[in-house]
Ligand binder design. Structure first.
Ligand code: 5AD
Ligand code: SF4
Length: 513
């Protein structure tokens, strides 16, 4: 922790007095910066400190003896992975995991702020937890993740959700032992949110979900400031982990038998931009990871702007680098892209796709799209539909624009009625479904390699897994193949998934080939 963070991390105890009339502004000046593009863009270029000696203080060990924890996770893979880290800390403190809210002694809500409906779900859930708190006053309820980085959200919780005992931010996860300890001692609401991003902390404990696929952070934060997006404010400035730490983590996961790694970052193509003394970018990292004996490596999520030629050249070497790229386009209209501050045009996006396809003709491209951005015209929306078809995306996550307080777009006047936005979403989804079904139909009769994850959600007699291009495949096979790479012959294609017949387990020689 640096000095600035220490100052900003003053803990705020508020619960003992009536919260209705209380003036919280004095806390927020020191603890928070409300989202502000001007301030955030000025944020420090000071060097990131790497801490490799994370250790839980001896005095906290045993804190969880006889206690159970439950973490509810909302949002993206970054949050899922943060949950794995917090679970690791809980276990080291002696807590046991539980899935049952009635059994839990600590419940954490790891929240997402990307759209309003994600936030509303969390507020609804907090309401449901209130009676539990009445039944069990020893229960601790905490709110963490992206919502806790927003001043308005924290004010709302302080004012109306007195069942909450702790609020802590995305830069404070490693302080979980201290925060829990404070919450037990004071029994008052503990707020610890650093408005400035933290340094990079290595060697945090993790309890990973599953033994087949693992997430590995390669960078934190985002400096792109797309005008609609809250992430650069909730996750702070871009900071890259050192390549040697990432490589060591991937090697160790390979040795533990993991078969697939997903490299995580809000904008992985900016990896390495913040290094002062080395010229080392995502292409260089992938070129080294490619040599590790692990069957599959993917990354998410990329920004078209920083997708450089060297990266494309390295990805074309394939091997364990899969031929699937998630490349969010957001809109097919250059005018919209400009107002979104995406820093590329329809034409340059198409040019990039062409470059990628030239060296990887069989690549599967998927994307993210926002419809109904302020003042989006029918023609501009139709440009999105036509771009979708021109690229021939195989799948997309599609969203109606949701204003996020403090972002530049939230201040824009908007003349597009909600019904029109919803109608555009439906029209887009129709195209997305058609293209998805079309892409899957091509697999009929083919033999594909599937990494078996487990029983299918709908039918425990059926197993489910994903291909290198991230297509879901269902098939019947003995349970022993869970966690293995297998060959499956595709017999039927649905809109979102494939069905097939199990052939055999892929031998390790074939995987290496
Ligand atoms: N409204 C709607 N969708 C959004 N996204 C990000 N911010 C918003 C917003 N304010 C979408 C983008 C991004 C994905 C993770 O979420 O498409 O790529
Ligand atoms: Fe948000 Fe992604 Fe844009 Fe960063 S690059 S501001 S995370 S949409």
């Amino acid at each position: 922790m640096n000095e600035e963070q220490r100052l900003a991390s003053q803990q705020v105890n508020t619960k003992s007095t009536s919260t209705a009339e209380k003036d919280y502004s004095k806390y927020f000046q020191s603890v928070y910066a409300a989202p502000s593009l001007k301030d955030a863009k000025r944020r420090g270029k000071e060097e990131v400190q790497y801490h490799k000696d994370f250790k839980i203080d001896e005095k906290f060990r045993g804190m969880g003896t006889g206690r159970k924890f439950l973490i509810r996770t909302y949002g993206c893979q970054m949050n899922e992975h943060d949950t794995e880290v917090m679970a690791g800390i809980f276990i080291q403190l002696g807590y046991e995991p539980t899935e049952d809210v009635k059994e839990a002694n600590v419940i954490l809500m790891n929240t997402c702020a990307i759209r309003e409906n994600a936030e509303n779900r969390v507020f609804g859930e907090l309401g449901h937890l209130k009676p539990l708190k009445r039944e069990n006053p020893d229960l601790l309820i905490g709110v963490c993740g992206c919502m806790s980085q927003e001043e308005a959200v924290v004010k709302k919780i302080l004012k109306t959700y007195d069942q909450v005992d702790m609020i802590f931010g995305t830069h404070n996860i490693h302080r979980l032992p201290e925060i829990l300890n404070e919450a037990y001692l004071s029994k008052e609401m503990v707020v610890e949110v650093w408005s400035k991003e933290g340094d990079i902390i290595e060697n945090l404990p993790k309890v990973r979900k599953g033994h087949t696929k693992a997430w590995v952070n390669i960078m934190y934060g985002c400096d792109k400031f797309c005008t609609y997006c809250i992430v650069p404010y909730t996750r702070g400035k871009e900071r890259s982990r050192l390549p040697e730490d990432i490589i060591q983590e991937v090697r160790s996961l390979a040795a533990q038998g993991y078969k697939e790694i997903t490299l995580l970052g809000q904008n992985v193509n900016a990896y390495g931009k913040d290094f002062e003394n080395r010229n080392y970018r995502l292409g260089d990292l992938m070129d080294e990871l490619r040599l590790i004996d692990i069957p599959r490596i993917r990354f998410t999520t990329s920004h078209p702007r920083d997708f450089d030629d060297h990266l494309i050249e390295v990805l074309a070497k394939k091997g364990n680098l899969v031929e699937h790229i998630h490349l969010p386009v957001q809109s097919g209209s250059s005018d919209m892209l400009k107002i979104m501050a995406r820093k590329y045009t329809r034409e340059s996006y198409l040019e990039l796709v062409k470059k990628i396809r030239k060296v990887m003709p069989d690549v599967a491209l998927t994307t993210d799209i926002i419809v109904g951005f302020p003042n989006e015209t029918e023609e501009q929306f139709e440009e999105t539909l036509s771009l979708y078809k021109e690229v021939g995306f195989e799948m997309a996550y599609t969203y109606v624009y949701s204003p996020r307080e403090g972002t530049p777009a939230a201040k824009m006047k908007d003349n597009v009625p909600l019904e029109v936005k919803k109608d555009r979403l439906q029209r887009l989804n129709k195209v997305v479904n058609e293209y998805c079904a079309e892409a899957l139909k091509k697999y009929d009769g083919q033999i594909v390699e599937v990494l078996v994850e487990g029983e299918s959600k709908k039918n425990p007699e059926v197993l489910a897994g994903y291909t290198r291009k991230n297509k879901l495949v269902n098939f019947v096979a003995p349970k022993e193949v869970i966690g293995e790479l297998v060959k499956v012959k595709i017999t039927d294609a649905k809109t979102w998934s494939l069905q097939g017949e199990f052939i055999e387990v892929v031998s390790s020689q074939e995987v290496k080939a």
